[in-house]
Each structure stands twice: as structure tokens, then as C-alpha cells.
Design a protein around this ligand. Structure first.
Ligand code: ATP
Ligand code: ZN
Length: 631
């Protein structure tokens, strides 16, 4: 009986945001009586339009606690236990997870999703996973040994662009945004010690690199307006001239135009930055705005080159005069108005140089922050589907489990598309014991890069411990600075000392105690890498030779789901769809190149605002799906 299963169940909800609010309400109204909620966030004004358990008066309070109180008002006798905490905190360990019958994710990032997946596997607790992006959404069921785990299919890597496209040959506005945000903004306002490719453009620039470095540092006696113009002229003028001197680059491309502040703002020379109201008062540091200061109101306006230049200089000035203590520590944040203004203006000026049309602040913010506007109804539908799957899981009704995709446009009158879950991928490095293989130049590669780019970014480990048989090579966490240096040097040395070329491979064991997760990485020496296609100079393959890597390296991969809920959709192309048979479960190994794996992993392409990535969904070939409505 479903009602018995529901009454006796103890469930853990992770995330009390858009999906979480809907889910908690639906669970409570469906008769669930013992619900634990983890959410690390406090309520923001921007949550109120869809996270309906929250009101204006709750802004600043814990989501988990307020959600509990709101639901107890209409279901006073149930037990809801809130935790205002990060699910990655050590208190939520395997034993903690073991107390639950099922775990329900309503998260918005890949990192936390992977973490919960790994803990559910370690604790052997079923996971119902979900995500939405605008009108799209999906619910999937993951039961250890029975269905695939959340990580059985590789997730697309974060959207990356070849360095040279960003630094030298942008052809789309998004390239200018990436340049403005990840290079210029980071260089001017971020950590001065981090690597930055802003000046790396051609070998002939290298000789002047020392002088170039000086340009970005503001001298103590330097007037802020002078400094702003110096930066402007350097990045939009001098750097472009320098790039133009490399004739090869422009043989088959339109040549960019250098832009100097004096040409754009010529009539304002007497008055350095136009009609800036220097007395403009701001309530607090987060309301500091160059638009306000210049009397520009509409974020949907497309600014002229002159307006962009004025915003650029004013935003830069305001960072130093009003946000001085943040300078040196800033990372781009889509909710930081001044940062968005600066990045929009810088991207537009660069775009003008390269003949790319300008965008409004509103649009640029969407691109820079990978924003797809949330749709409350999608969250409600997804929450309903999570509860349906949860009930099946509690009844151990494996045959009826479905992964359900919520589509944006009806296809053959269907908006919800249920698909039978896949069996676990035997080559999954998370839920089976398959070693990964890493091609790397063992002579040049640094341990630091291996840890950051592979172990943390790709394997999703937070606190890795790396061993080579019984030798400890690296340990993250609370270690002294000098130990960190020793570990780094040590691994670098170990890799460098590997026999060259390493023919048989060298096995490193990477372990994350926090996730109860261990995997082996087979290191193979490779001399050369293609800078454009393999910018990391490391190639990780997580799959045995029988199933070729479904990671599509040629197609632009996408955002890693860090900033949105991350819906995945079934395949864009009909041939990808066709492998999902309505009647028969296919083993992944049955499918050469496993295109169907990608079928459910376009998740992040949806978030990419990039015309090449537009999804054409489910045209044709839908016969099979008709029969697959949820019973
Ligand atoms: N590691 C984590 N531990 C606990 N809660 C998390 C973790 N990561 C994300 N969350 C929570 O998951 C929820 C996701 O909700 P949602 O996708 O609606 O995002 P949001 O931050 O509320 O809204 P938006 O990002 O759209 O402004 C958030 O409330 C967030 O705090
Ligand atoms: Zn798996």
C-alpha cells in the first residue's frame, strides 16, 4: 500500500529552493511525515517570485527553517527537521545518509549533486534526482546496482573556449563577455597572483611582457581617471594594435579596430569622464552603480560606444573609490551590479573593435551569469514527479521506475516524456571500479594542475588524497602552507621522474574521504597536445575501450550547471533518441559509441546562449514514446 510506505518513510530533501519548496509542500500534502531538509542558503528577494513558502519578511533567514515553519502551518503534526548547512559538511556522512529510506535532490549545481550521489552509493540509499532550466526539467531515479548512478554518464565539461579565440580572435559576443569577465575583470579586481592570459597573445608580445604587467598596477600617486584611461587605451587600443601586427592571424579574418579613449570621449576631455555626478550617494557598497552615477536607468537599452566607454571608466573609478577593500579579492558575480556594468561595457567596447553587435546590460548579464529564467510551473511539475518516483522507490517497484523529461513544446501531444532507467554503466568510475586513464606530459605537468584540473574539476573531489601505491603524494585540507608546497613539489617531481615515455602507465589512487569515494587514475605519458582542442594539456578518459568516450570534444561543451538547476533533455537529434527503446532496456555496452548516453546529457547545452547550441527537440521518431506514459 502506497499510504503505508509513505507514512513509515524517512526522507531527506537536499535543497529548499525552487524545486525544494514545491517538493516539501507536495510531500507534506501526500502524507509524508518525517522529512529532513538541508539547505545552506538564506532567502533572497529574488527567490520570492517562485519559492512560495517564503515571504518578504523572511529575507535573510534560513531557507530550510522557514520552509519547515511554513509547511507546519498547514501540516502541524508531521516531523520536519531543518539543517541550515552545506550538504558537503562532514556531519552529513555515510552514517547520516543511512538513516533515510530515500534521498531527494532539489539542487542547483553539479558539485553538490555529485557529492550526494556518492554518499547515496556509499550508504546504499536510493536517490531521486531532479533539475529544471526554464520550461525544461527532469526527474531520474538512481538505485545502487539497479539503475545507473547520477555520474554513470559523463556530464559535459564546463563550456570552454580556446584561449586564442578569447584573447585574439573573438567572433561572438559571448567571447567578448568571457574576455571581459575572466580576463580583464579578474586582472583588475581579482587575485593578483592567479594566472591570467590577458597578455598572452603572440610571441612578439612576450618581450614587452614586463612593461605590460606594470600597466595594470595602479601607482600610489596615480589619479584614478588617468589610471582608467591608461587601462582603456592599453586593452582596447595598444593590445589591438599589437594583435594587428601579427599579419598571419588576419589573413582570413576581418581586422579589428583599435579604440582609444580620446577618440571616443574627445568632447569630454576638459571634463575627464563626462557629466558624472560625483556626489551621487549610494546606500551601501552593493548599490554602487555606474549607471546610477551617469543617470542611465534602463538595463535593456543598448548603449552607444561612447556610453559604454563612459560606463567602463566610471565603473572602474567606482571600484577603486567605493569598493576599494574588495579590489584584489573580487570574482565576477552576476548579482554584483557594478561588476555586471563593468563587464557589459568592456565586452561591448571589445565587440565594437571586432565588428560584433553590442548587447544590453540585461542581455549581457544573462550571458555572463548563464542565466535561464526559472519557471515556477516547471518546478511544481517536477516536484510532483519526484513524489511519484519516491513512492515507487519506497514500494521497491523497480519495474515502474521512470526517468521523466519535461519538454518545452508538446511533441505528439506529450509534454512529459517517461523513459525506462538505464542499467548501471559498468565503466562508471564512480559506481564501479573502473580506472580512469589520463594522458599527460609527465615531464612538464605540475601536480597542482593535475589536482585542480582533473581531480577537483573533473572528478569532483573536494578533499583529495593522492597515493602512488603506499606513497602519499598529495593531501588536501587543513595542512600548513609549507606542507602544501611539499606535496605539490613532490607530485610534480614524481610525475617528472616517471620513466619516459611511460609505456605501461602509472597508477595513482585518488581518494576523497568526505565522499567515501576512491578511484584509480592510470597516468600515461604523451608528448604533444593540440592547444585548441586540449587546452589543459591533459586528456582524461573515464571509459574502457569498448565504450568510446561520449564526451563530445568537437562540439562546444557547456556550462557545468554551477549556476542553474541543470535540466537535461533527451536527444536533440532523432538518431540519438532512437536508441531509447520503449520495450527493452539496453545495456550501454550494447550501443557502439553509446550516443544515447549523450541523449540524456545535453543538460548544460541548454544553458549556453550560443546559436550553435540551439536544441531542436524531438522532431520525428516519437512513436516509441507514446506508449511510455506514466501509469
Ligand atoms: N551544497 C549545498 N548544500 C546545501 N544546499 C545547497 C547546496 N548547493 C545548493 N544548495 C541549495 O539548493 C537550492 C537550489 O535552489 P534553486 O535552484 O531554486 O536556486 P536558488 O539559489 O534558490 O535560486 P537562483 O539560483 O535561481 O537565484 C538553493 O536553495 C541552494 O541553497
Ligand atoms: Zn555510475
Amino acid at each position: 500500500m502506497a499510504s503505508e510506505a509513505i507514512k513509515g518513510a524517512k526522507v531527506l530533501m537536499v535543497g529548499a529552493g525552487g524545486i525544494g519548496c514545491e517538493l516539501l509542500k507536495t510531500l507534506a500534502l501526500s502524507g509524508f511525515r518525517d522529512i529532513h531538509i538541508i539547505d545552506m542558503d538564506t532567502i533572497e528577494v529574488s527567490n520570492l517570485n517562485r519559492q512560495f513558502l517564503f515571504r518578504q519578511s523572511h529575507v535573510g533567514q534560513s531557507k530550510a527553517k522557514v520552509a519547515r515553519d511554513a509547511v507546519l502551518k498547514f501540516r502541524p503534526h508531521i516531523n520536519i527537521k531543518p539543517y541550515h548547512a552545506n550538504v558537503k559538511d562532514p556531519e552529513f556522512n555515510v552514517d547520516f545518509f543511512k538513516q533515510f529510506n530515500v534521498v531527494l535532490n532539489g539542487l542547483d549545481n553539479l558539485d553538490a549533486r555529485r557529492h550526494v550521489n556518492r554518499l547515496c552509493l556509499a550508504a546504499d540509499v536510493p536517490l531521486v534526482e531532479s533539475g529544471t532550466t526554464g520550461f525544461l526539467g527532469q526527474v531520474t531515479v538512481h538505485v545502487k546496482g539497479k539503475t545507473e548512478c547520477y555520474e554513470c554518464q559523463p556530464k559535459p565539461a564546463p563550456k570552454t573556449y580556446p584561449v586564442c579565440t578569447i584573447t585574439s580572435t573573438p567572433s561572438k559576443f559571448v567571447h567578448c563577455i568571457v574576455w571581459a569577465k575572466d580576463l580583464l575583470f579578474a586582472k583588475l579586481f581579482g587575485d593578483k597572483n592567479q594566472d591570467n592570459d590577458l597578455n598572452v597573445r603572440s610571441s612578439d608580445a612576450a618581450s614587452s611582457s614586463e612593461n605590460v604587467e606594470d600597466v595594470f598596477v595602479r601607482r600610489n600617486d596615480e589619479d584614478i581617471e588617468q589610471y582608467g584611461k591608461k587601462i582603456f587605451d592599453h586593452v582596447f587600443g595598444y593590445n589591438i594594435e599589437l594583435a594587428l601586427s601579427n599579419e598571419e592571424t588576419w589573413k582570413n579574418r576581418n581586422r579589428p579596430k583599435p579604440i582609444y579613449s580620446k577618440d571616443i570621449l574627445s568632447d569630454e576631455l576638459a571634463q575627464p569622464n563626462g557629466n558624472v555626478d560625483k556626489k551621487c550617494a549610494f546606500d551601501d557598497e552593493f548599490s554602487v552603480s555606474a549607471m546610477a552615477s551617469l543617470g542611465m536607468k534602463n538595463p535593456q537599452d543598448i548603449w552607444s560606444l561612447k556610453e559604454n566607454s563612459r560606463i567602463f571608466l566610471e565603473a572602474l573609478r567606482l571600484f577603486f573609490t567605493h569598493r576599494g577593500k574588495d579590489v584584489g579579492n573580487l570574482t565576477f558575480d552576476k548579482d554584483d551590479q557594478l561588476a555586471v556594468e563593468f563587464v557589459t561595457a568592456a565586452a561591448n567596447i571589445r565587440a565594437a573593435s571586432f565588428g560584433i553587435p553590442p548587447y544590453s546590460l540585461f542581455e549581457a548579464k544573462g550571458i555572463a551569469g548563464n542565466i535561464v529564467h526559472a519557471v515556477a510551473t516547471t518546478n511544481a511539475v517536477i516536484a510532483g514527479l519526484i513524489v511519484i518516483e519516491t513512492i515507487k522507490v519506497l514500494q521497491n517497484d523497480i519495474k515502474s521506475y521512470r526517468m521523466t523529461y519535461c519538454l518545452e513544446h508538446p511533441s505528439r501531444k506529450m509534454l512529459l516524456m517517461p523513459v525506462e532507467p538505464f542499467e548501471p554503466n559498468k565503466s562508471c568510475y564512480v559506481c564501479s571500479e573502473t580506472p580512469l586513464s589520463l594522458e599527460i606530459n609527465t615531464k612538464r605537468a605540475k601536480l597542482k594542475d593535475f589536482v585542480e584540473k582533473i581531480v577537483k574539476a573533473k572528478l569532483g573531489m573536494n578533499l583529495p588524497l593522492i597515493m602512488n601505491s603506499s606513497n602519499l603524494l598529495y593531501e588536501a585540507g587543513d595542512v600548513e602552507d609549507d606542507m602544501v608546497a611539499i606535496y605539490s613539489a613532490n607530485l610534480e617531481k614524481v610525475l617528472a621522474e616517471l620513466p619516459s615515455p611511460v609505456t605501461g602507465g602509472t597508477m595513482l589512487t585518488v581518494e576523497d574521504m568526505q565522499q567515501e569515494f576512491v578511484c584509480n587514475v592510470n597516468i600515461k605519458h604523451r608528448e604533444e597536445f593540440d592547444e585548441e582542442k586540449e587546452p589543459d594539456s591533459m586528456v582524461l578518459s573515464g571509459w574502457t575501450q569498448h565504450v568510446s568516450a561520449p564526451e563530445n570534444k568537437d562540439k562546444p561543451a557547456a556550462n557545468n550547471g554551477a549556476s542553474t538547476s541543470g535540466a537535461s533533455v533527451p536527444a536533440a537529434e532523432s538518431d540519438e533518441i532512437s536508441i531509447v527503446s520503449p520495450t527493452k532496456k539496453r545495456k550501454l555496452t550494447d550501443v557502439p559509441n553509446a550516443p544515447g548516453n549523450e541523449a540524456r546529457n545535453h543538460q548544460d547545452e541548454l544553458q549556453v546562449i550560443d546559436d550553435e547550441d540551439d536544441l531542436v527537440m524531438l522532431e520525428g521518431n516519437m512513436e516509441g514514446f507514446k506508449k511510455r506514459k506514466l501509469s
